[in-house]
Design a binder for this molecule. Structure first.
Ligand SMILES: [Cu+2]
Length: 380
């Protein structure tokens, strides 16, 4: 949140910071200075939430250039390569590499990220409690990195400096291996020093461990609350869920009226002590850390998370419409952390998918993850 006194953050967004740091381009706030006509989203009329009076970043982001699309990130679980060990245990093998990769975090605003598998967040690694997890980690980036999992494992597999292999140098690799426990909504991140730089540069991802009996059928999404310090002053200039500011406002997330929606929510935001999630026009149940099958909070519409805290939200909408969700810290919301769900009746769902440029495969990925143990691996 730190920002130079001589330049308010609002002013930064109006004019861009190119003349100061050379890192950002034409991000502008709707309703602000109109010296350049704002570009219109490509996703069809009726979804330009900026025209509804919300302060938000306008224009579009080149997802192809980024090598990832936040819309797909909601549902693209990585179940690894699945086989069975002689003792009958399921083995899941994953490949993760660290690499430098510039990404566009808001229209015209670029960030020199450090990434896992060329994306921020990294792949959403998913498995079932009790599975053996084997991650081939290779560092092709420009700095030493590690993989530190939030889970239960030996010190050697903890991915911190000074234990086991310690930091994995440039051009080196290491195999992290452990059993997945406990079930829940977890995460992994680089634990090289200085930690705040290695995290905020983009080296983190979701680690979802399903309970052996699975969870009830639902439409499931992964949401990582994150932020970006574009001028390296120790404060974030852009906030988001899944990296690209206001992407889910430009492209509201389709859900069906009446269906159970389950969000695996993780906060990795660096520099700010607290982030939050507020849902409009409905209430949700919350499972702290996802490590229980019964909600730890009933009937709430806002939760807060410190860095690395996470949990599972469950809710459903009763009526069609576009419903906002956002950080209940207005500054974060204006700087990118705000989106919409587009609740539609089943017969309108296909059209809602087409509106935001996804298809039935997106629908399938979003609804098959809650299946009982092992099925995720078969269909991945
Ligand atoms: Cu690192």
């Amino acid at each position: 949140m730190k920002f130079p006194d001589f330049l308010s953050r609002r002013r930064f967004l109006r004019f861009g910071l190119g003349s100061v740091a050379g890192l950002v381009g034409g991000g502008v706030l709707n309703g602000s200075l109109q010296e350049h006509p704002p570009a219109q989203p490509d996703y069809g009329a009726g979804h330009d939430m900026a025209s509804h009076g919300n302060s938000m970043l306008v224009g579009t982001v080149d997802h192809d250039r980024n090598l990832f699309d936040p819309m797909n990130m909601l549902v693209d679980w990585d179940y690894g390569s699945v086989s069975t060990l002689p003792n009958g245990q399921t083995l899941r093998e994953y490949n993760v590499f660290a690499a430098d990769h510039e990404i566009e975090i808001a229209p015209g605003i670029f960030f020199p990220a450090w990434t896992f598998n060329n994306r921020v967040p990294g792949p959403s690694l998913r498995c079932t409690e009790g599975d053996r997890i084997r991650i081939q980690f290779t560092n092709v980036g420009s700095h030493p990195h590690t993989l530190h999992f939030h889970g239960i494992h030996t010190a050697e597999m903890d991915g911190v400096a000074g234990a086991g292999p310690g930091e994995i140098g440039v051009g080196e690799s290491f195999v992290y291996e452990f059993d997945a426990e406990p079930f829940g909504c977890h995460l992994y991140h680089c634990h090289a020093l200085p930690l705040k730089r290695h995290i905020h540069k983009g080296l983190y991802g979701a680690f979802i461990v399903d309970p052996p009996e699975g969870r009830p059928p639902a439409r499931e999404f992964m949401m990582m609350m994150n932020g970006f310090d574009t001028n390296f002053d120790g404060g974030n200039e852009i906030y988001a869920v899944n990296t690209v500011g206001h992407e889910y406002a430009r492209r509201p997330i389709p859900i069906q009226v009446g269906e159970l929606v389950r969000i695996y929510l993780i906060n990795i935001t660096e520099f700010d002590p607290i982030n939050s999630f507020h849902l409009h026009a409905e209430f949700f149940d919350y499972y702290d850390h996802g490590t229980t099958l019964e909600p730890t909070l009933h009937t709430v519409d806002t939760i807060m998370q410190a860095q690395a805290q996470r949990g599972i939200l469950e809710f459903s909408y009763r009526w069609p419409g576009k419903y906002m969700f956002h950080a209940h810290i207005s500054e974060f919301a204006e700087l990118g952390w705000m989106g919409f769900f587009n609740a539609v009746e089943a017969e309108n769902f296909e059209a809602a998918l087409a509106d935001i440029g996804v298809d039935s495969e997106w629908d399938r990925k979003g609804t098959q993850g809650a299946a009982p143990a092992g099925q995720g691996g078969v269909v991945s």
